[in-house]
Design a protein around this ligand. Structure first.
Ligand code: NIG
Ligand code: FE
Length: 389
């Protein structure tokens, strides 16, 4: 919670106002208290620390609303196999589960912390993190505790999601496992999971299994999100609409009718283009299907070892534009305000007065360069709650 004045901003994007050139932002006690032309900066601010943007573009910090960043081991062999002609299969999750179960708390904290630090360097200021790579009650609760500890120790805002229903673990009866996940929801809630997610897809959980888990979670007051229609058209998007989930994520196989249902229910469609690239699915047209139906869009990294080892929101934005056909502002808004909407947070993802003082100073004088310049760092500096990172 800090005071800060960011001055000499070449172009300021707030989403709450039209773009302002030669701008300044005042942050008081961690919140935006004033935005406007640098020349109109209110007098009497006192001895507030200043950050000189030196003509760079400034925008809200990225809100990465879909990640699985707590894992151990690697899946590089899966990727190498796909490049030799193989396909992605959720069966590969088992090897990450084995490695994660074998890792110490300290190892999970270290690797998770490093991933968050990389995300922050790439401009992420709020991140959602799912459990789902232990798949035993004790292990999943341990992962939720690691997420809570990361939230307490890292300079980033964290939202915690319980994904005990990621896949049926090897050697378990699926009916029993689903029952166990449902029975574990109150514990997950106590271990600070605000959200519940299910991987509803071919090779994971069916629509009816996902519905049982999510209805039980809703009864406990947890927010709902859903991995839907990523690997096949299994009906996940329709379920997300029926249950009023905050978000339906992936959606590579979404149909216009599904998209209309999501739009009518106000469900945010979360695009995770790095996963479409990394799995070799090369499906991109769902973004246009969602947009045409009027589904509010978000963009996320999906950071995970199997389908998207990606800690960079600018990279996800580039793919959303260059592969999925989003416009630059559309994608930047989806990666900030859209992510916030997917997490039902009105206080992040924009720089209106009263919002959290979370912003990025870009490494350029124009925000379109986030998309125009490939392979170079897009972010010079992140500010979270008025604290320069
Ligand atoms: O979002 N789809 C489910 N979960 C991850 C993949 C998990 C994995 O392959 O390790 C995803 O793509
Ligand atoms: Fe995912």
């Amino acid at each position: 919670m800090s005071d800060l004045v960011v001055r000499r901003i070449g172009r300021l994007t707030t989403w709450a106002t039209p773009r302002i050139t030669d701008a300044a932002v005042v942050i008081a006690a961690g919140r935006v208290s004033w935005v406007g032309a640098d020349a109109d900066l209110p007098a009497g601010l006192g001895d507030v620390p200043e950050l000189d943007a030196a003509g760079a573009a400034v925008m809200p910090g990225f809100v990465d609303c879909h990640t699985h960043l707590v894992w151990a081991g690697h899946r590089r062999d899966d990727l190498v196999g796909r490049l030799a002609g193989g396909d992605y299969s959720p069966a590969g999750i088992a090897s990450t589960v084995a490695a994660t179960r074998a890792a110490s708390d300290a190892e999970l904290m270290r690797s998770g912390g490093e991933r968050i630090a990389t995300m922050r360097r790439n401009g992420t200021t709020t991140v959602e993190i799912k459990s789902g790579y232990e798949l035993t009650l004790r292990g999943e609760l341990r992962t939720l505790d690691v997420i809570a500890d990361l939230a307490a120790s890292q300079q980033v805002r964290v939202q915690s999601t319980y994904l005990g229903a990621h896949v049926v673990p090897d050697g378990r009866d699926r009916g029993e496992y689903v029952d166990e996940v449902i029975a574990s929801l109150p514990e997950a809630r106590r271990h600070q999971a605000a959200w519940c997610d299910v991987f509803c897809d071919t090779g994971a959980f069916s629509v009816s299994e996902a519905e049982r888990v999510l209805r039980a979670a809703a009864d406990l007051g947890m927010g709902l999100r859903l991995h839907a229609d990523q690997l096949g058209h299994t009906g996940g998007a329709q379920l997300a609409a029926r249950l009023g989930c905050a978000s339906a994520d992936h959606l590579d196989f979404v149909t216009p009718a599904d998209a209309a249902a999501l739009a009518a229910a106000g469900v945010v469609g979360v695009l995770v283009p790095a996963a479409s690239l990394y799995t070799g699915s090369n499906r991109w047209s769902h973004a246009a299907v969602l947009r045409e139906a009027g589904v509010p869009l978000a963009i996320a990294t999906d950071c995970n070892p199997g389908t998207a080892w990606c800690e960079s929101m600018p990279y996800a934005v580039q793919l959303a534009c260059l592969a999925m056909g989003l416009g630059v502002d559309e994608a930047l808004e989806a990666a900030t305000a859209g992510g916030a909407r997917a997490l039902r947070r009105a206080d992040v993802g924009h720089l209106g007065v009263g919002a959290c003082g979370d912003l990025v100073v870009l490494a350029t004088d124009h925000e379109a360069d986030v998309v125009a310049r490939l392979g170079a760092p897009a972010v010079a500096q992140a500010v979270i709650g008025g604290v320069v990172q």
